[in-house]
Design a protein around this ligand. Structure first.
Ligand SMILES: Cc1cc2nc3c(=O)[nH]c(=O)nc-3n(C[C@H](O)[C@H](O)[C@H](O)COP(=O)(O)OP(=O)(O)OC[C@H]3O[C@@H](n4cnc5c(N)ncnc54)[C@H](O)[C@@H]3O)c2cc1C
Length: 559
């Protein structure tokens, strides 16, 4: 990508586009990629950093949504499973299969409740027994049988389960295990989609930290928060892909809407060796006594657990509060009573808002996770149409973007020329198919660039095959390990600062990398990063210090 100032200058020069996309989460960036591939010019702007919303704050599950079967959302499950399988094929550098185990309390619990939920009748909360889970998983296996990419489910006796998952509650009757998938870096996948859009279509531009407002009949005003400059651009269509902020963003364009009814969800990142060993290579998926689903799984050398589900009015207010930390620690200790886990083990907390459609349901877990498009027609005050993308999931973003792009193309009288269905994401191009091919790739790139194989292996894990660009654009002398983060090199950080539209240090620490998420954003590490990024972006000492403070705040504010 170009430098941020150059992107802003390009927008100032262009001043028009076919589609203006508001929101650089997974839905906005994927829509941009799709439209860019069809030859449609787009400008994508975000009021914050790209992926600052739910897309960097999710549970990272790429799943069919076993739970949605109870709500009879078969179409959603089918679509989600198809998208999960596509992501496993098209983004193997970030999306991997995930074994998932459910501890089960009884054989026959939920036999009445689940059918009632299925029929849409009110039910009390409480656990599901082995029989109903078995039925659900058999059905899940059945509808996922086409193009099967993950093994079938199985039940395991209590004794065997306790051997496999030490420290687990002993009052279970068995566990059920099935497979879904997870995404290691949704944030980087979004950056790949932005980069690909700009590479494939020079008429596409994306920029963060832009404030949007209405400006006259046919125009939208964009204000750059860095320079304070403001310009008006004339899009033919505006797509509101701002997730939980959809109604607020519509209001800035003069449209009153009440599409959204988001809930906040918090997660804990935990550093605890006993828990890490007990969980192993699986996710533990359990229902707390209040009916809330919680998950626990390994993330790099830490554990992520979550989440809560609490209604919230203003998504900007969302943060993980003390009561949520207490709640999550209680559920975790309840499911792993045999382990010593303490609040001091929590190294990071984060909170996002699910962009759920507004709904009268009390029990938020039952609000549909499907998506839809709402159209606000032009009127006397506004000459352009606004498409609002409502709902959706990290799993189904490609399908949602495709459906939106098809509607927009129809409006322009164009037809689709490129399918995104089986198109590999940037870092998945020529991605090695197995461990031996991976080693071959690492040895080749290491040899060609005089780098240690370990350095190349780290880059491959973080950037997929895009790693080769970093390995080759920075010569070996620039790949010096950081004193505080020895897995990262100076050249690698410089590359990100030069190419990925960084405005703040926290963009790099929290969203272009996982440094903050895994609890490694210490003051010393951030100061070292600020010196490298500041060198690229021309920050003086005062700015470097401000950026360190801001990134430290972001590492500790639970947002
Ligand atoms: C706690 C939690 C757990 C989840 N777990 C999962 C999961 O395991 N699996 C799964 O599939 N899905 C999960 N989801 C859902 C998934 O994360 C979201 O559906 C998805 O990320 C939504 O993407 P989006 O692009 O619509 O919104 P977002 O990612 O929220 O992006 C919206 C963007 O719009 C920007 N914006 C806001 N207002 C404006 C404006 N006025 N102008 C310009 N830009 C603006 C924001 O800064 C933000 O970057 C979870 C969500 C949460 C919160």
């Amino acid at each position: 990508m170009k430098k941020r100032t150059d992107i802003w200058n390009d927008i100032k020069r262009t001043k028009s586009c076919e589609v203006l996309i508001l929101g650089g989460g997974v839905n906005g960036t994927c829509l941009m990629r799709d439209l860019a591939l069809q030859g449609i010019s787009c400008i994508l702007v975000d009021k914050d950093d790209f992926t600052a919303g739910a897309s960097s704050k999710s549970s990272r599950m790429i799943h069919g949504g076993l739970r949605y079967l109870e709500n009879a959302e078969f179409k959603l499950v089918r679509e989600a499973v198809a998208e999960r399988n596509r992501l496993l094929r098209c983004a193997p550098h970030f999306v991997l299969p995930l074994k998932t185990s459910i501890p089960i309390d009884s054989w026959f619990g939920g036999l009445i409740k689940s059918p009632l939920i299925f029929l849409g009748l009110p039910v009390s909360v409480g656990g599901r027994g082995a029989l109903i889970v078995k039925l659900g998983l058999s059905f899940y296996d059945f509808i996922t049988r086409k193009h099967r990419q993950t093994p079938r489910h199985y039940l395991l006796s209590k004794d065997k389960s306790l051997k496999e998952i030490p420290g687990l509650r002993t009052d279970i009757v068995c566990t059920a295990t099935y497979w879904d998938a997870w995404i290691s870096q949704a944030e980087r996948l979004c950056m790949e989609m932005i980069t690909e859009s700009c590479l494939e279509n020079p008429d596409c531009l994306a920029i963060n930290y832009i404030t949007v407002a209405k400006s006259g009949n046919d125009k939208v005003s964009l204000a750059d928060q860095e320079s304070g400059e403001e310009i008006a651009i004339a899009p033919k269509i505006v797509v509101n892909a701002t997730g939980a902020w959809v109604d607020m963003a519509n209001k800035t364009l003069g449209v009153e809407s009440k599409f959204m009814g988001g809930t906040k969800g918090s997660h804990l990142v935990i550093d605890n060796k006993e828990l890490y060993d007990a969980v192993g290579d699986r996710m533990v998926f359990y229902e707390h006594s209040d009916g809330r689903i919680c998950i626990v799984f390994r993330f790099m050398d830490k554990i992520i657990m979550g989440s809560t589900d609490i209604r919230i009015e203003n998504p900007d207010d969302a943060e993980c509060d003390e009561a949520e930390v207490d709640y999550m620690m209680t559920t975790l200790k309840g499911v792993f009573p045999g382990l010593t886990i303490s609040r001091d083990d929590v190294v990071f907390t984060f909170c996002g808002v699910r962009p759920l459609p507004s709904s009268g349901l009390d029990y938020t877990s039952r609000v549909s996770r499907s998506h839809r498009l709402e159209v606000s027609q032009p009127d006397a005050e506004r000459g352009f149409r606004i498409y609002s993308m409502i709902g959706g999931k990290l799993t189904t973003f490609r399908a949602f973007a495709e459906q939106t792009a098809d509607k927009i193309m129809a409006e322009f009288g164009k037809t689709r020329t490129v399918s995104t269905e089986e198109r590999p994401y940037l870092g998945a191009r020529e991605y090695p198919a197995d461990d031996s091919a991976k080693q071959g790739w690492i040895n080749r790139v290491a040899g060609a660039n005089e780098l240690a194989p370990k350095r190349v292996a780290d880059l491959l894990e973080r950037y997929g095959t895009e790693a080769e660009k970093i390995a080759s654009e920075k010569d070996a002398a620039e790949h010096i390990p950081l004193a505080n983060l020895p897995d990262y090199s100076i050249g690698e950080i410089e590359y990100i600062a030069e190419n990925e539209c960084i405005r703040h240090l926290s963009d790099l620490a929290r969203r272009r990398s996982i440094i903050t998420v895994i609890g490694k954003a210490t003051e010393a590490a951030l100061a070292e990063l600020a010196d490298i990024v500041g060198g690229v972006l021309d920050w003086d000492d005062r700015r470097r210090k401000e950026e360190v403070d801001l990134a430290l705040k972001e590492a500790n504010d639970g947002k």
